[in-house]
Ligand binder design. Structure first.
Ligand code: NAP
Length: 496
């Protein structure tokens, strides 16, 4: 395997052209600029370990310069009319669709997901812009007579102010548009920081927003390797009024502490530990198909991934066999290759973590039906895996697996499975498969999760409120409520 950090060596001309076209610098106040000291870091292809290119490695002063640029631009952003903000988002939506082939290839190269999934993510990402283009026009308020008379109560909404947006590597573009869409719709300027492993999609995205007519400084982008050193002074500076973060619960908690310093508005989209429950009255083919989506989308590297799969005892054998057949049929490989359905994990640490969780479960008595180990060779691959008889105390019941491993556990009745499904500190999403309407409603209401997929393995939808409870986060992204995260409500009392 080629180690990260080696000299850039690009495998294919189309790929080289797509990477070449992306800006590699920081976007600050409308200009692309080197990082302090012209520092850079390498971005690699997780399917090969080869370096794709280098991008600017921001220092703390670069982060502060970007935030100052956002703060300077805030009045101009707030002064754009709703129609102007809406039109910028619609133009960016069109550009994303126009360039979808190149953007999908770029995402596959830096993140590993199969090309078809990368295209799917760009369509999903663009949809946040179309949705919030509409929401920009619908920001409302109120006007009424005070009950005692004598005054009028005027309620209006204003942009919250400059925002710091931080996104993870697993959905390199959609996690950005899910924040930038409502920020722009509300009239907020921002600094966005993508994950160090996948900066290229975000750099391409902010270039599109610039082309779409966003004022200079309306969005600024910082890429860096020392996230804590760069972001903490920005968060504590008092220049920003809002912090929106998608990533791990561990980092989310740290950022909440930092945000407390200046009492920033916060949105936190954090980790998950989704239960996937299959009752014996479910349509088995539908349940297997649903699980394949909930488990295998993004190679299992999703906060929404089915992490604990509860199957009613009487159907366990039939279900596990069908699932194993479906898993064995998946082609593993570089996401750019024809027919590949499962790409690499993001890095060696991810492969090691998934391997540790599988070994722990097997050591405690779980049986491997298919898969069970890393695939040796170039890149960071783990074979699609089905485990049965997974004991309750296995580590993977408590941790996000973030890989293509489906651990099955039997259950006997509804009360038992709801109790076990809720026995987690996380609360992002749960899935229920049943054909009994009353049971479906009972269980969906009893699950302590922000979202429930009912006979569906996919809940993500720009038009629906996405978010978790408990340690999975605060606030909602998308849906009609998504823009509220970027608006302050102001009340003006009018004497008459
Ligand atoms: P992560 O390690 O928490 O990193 C997320 C982002 O935070 C990255 O940009 C990272 O930068 C940055 N970061 C790390 N430490 C920081 C610090 N001290 N200060 C400021 N920023 C910091 O998470 P990840 O591994 O990239 O993503 C996977 C996690 O995201 C999983 O837990 C997954 O469940 C969660 N996720 C949640 C949702 C949701 O909507 N609930 C959606 C997708 C993913 P670097 O790359 O430089 O470390």
């Amino acid at each position: 395997m080629v180690a990260l950090g080696q000299a850039p060596k690009l495998p294919d001309m189309d790929e080289a052209a797509v990477i070449d076209a992306v800006p590699k610098q920081l976007l600050v106040g409308g200009s692309w600029a080197d990082a302090h000291g012209a520092a850079t870091f390498d971005v690699a292809d997780p399917a090969t370990g080869l370096v794709l290119c280098s991008v600017a490695d921001a220092a703390p002063e670069d982060g502060m310069a970007a935030l100052q640029a956002a703060a300077r631009c805030q009045p101009a952003m707030a002064a754009l009319t709703p129609r102007e903000r809406s039109d910028i988002l619609l133009k960016a939506f069109d550009l994303l669709h126009e360039r979808i082939d190149d953007l999908a290839l770029l995402m596959t190269l830096e993140m590993g997901k199969p090309l078809a999934e990368a295209r799917g993510e760009i369509t999903y990402a663009a949809e946040f812009f179309r949705h919030f283009a509409g929401e920009a026009l619908r920001i409302d308020g109120g006007y009424r007579t005070a009950p005692a008379g004598g005054s009028r109560l005027l309620v209006t909404k204003q942009p919250v102010g400059p925002c710091i947006l931080i996104t993870p590597w697993n959905f390199p573009m959609a996690m950005g548009t899910r924040k930038l869409g409502p920020a722009i719709a509300a009239g907020c300027a921002s600094v966005i920081k993508p994950a160090a492993q996948t900066p290229l999609s975000m750099l391409a995205l902010v270039e599109i927003l610039t082309e779409a007519g966003l004022p200079p400084g309306g969005v600024n982008v910082i890429t860096c390797t020392d996230a804590n050193a760069v972001m903490e002074p920005m968060i504590r500076s008092g220049l920003a009024r809002k912090l929106s973060f998608t990533g791990s619960t561990r980092v989310g908690k740290l950022l909440l502490e930092q945000a407390a310093d200046k009492v920033l508005r916060t949105s936190m989209e954090l980790g998950g530990n989704a239960p996937f429950i299959v009752f014996d009255d479910a349509d088995l083919d539908e349940a297997v198909a649903g699980l394949m989506v909930a488990k295998m989308r993004n190679m299992g590297e999703a906060c929404t991934a089915a992490n604990r799969i509860f199957v009613q005892e009487s159907i366990m054998t039939a279900f596990s066999q069908r699932l194993a057949d479906a898993m064995k049929a998946l082609k593993l490989g570089r996401g750019t290759d024809e027919g590949v359905a499962v790409g690499p994990l993001i890095d060696q640490a991810a492969v090691d973590k998934v391997g540790r969780l599988v070994d722990d479960a097997v050591g405690r008595g779980a049986a491997v039906v298919t898969g069970g180990s890393a695939v040796h060779g170039d890149g960071y691959f783990f074979s699609p895996t089905v485990l049965t008889e997974v004991p309750h105390d296995a580590d993977l019941n408590a941790e996000e697996i973030f890989g293509p491993v489906a651990p099955l556990t039997p259950f006997s009745d509804e009360t038992e499975v709801v109790t076990r499904a809720n026995a987690t500190r996380y609360g992002l999403v749960g899935y229920v498969f049943t054909n009994d309407l009353r049971r479906a409603v009972r269980v969906a209401e009893a699950l302590e999760f922000g979202m429930v997929g009912l006979n569906s393995g996919l809940v993500s939808n720009p038009y629906a409120p996405f978010g978790g409870v408990k340690e999975s986060g605060l606030g909602r992204e998308g849906g009609a409520v998504g823009i509220d995260e970027y608006l302050e409500t102001k009340y003006i009392g009018i004497a008459v």
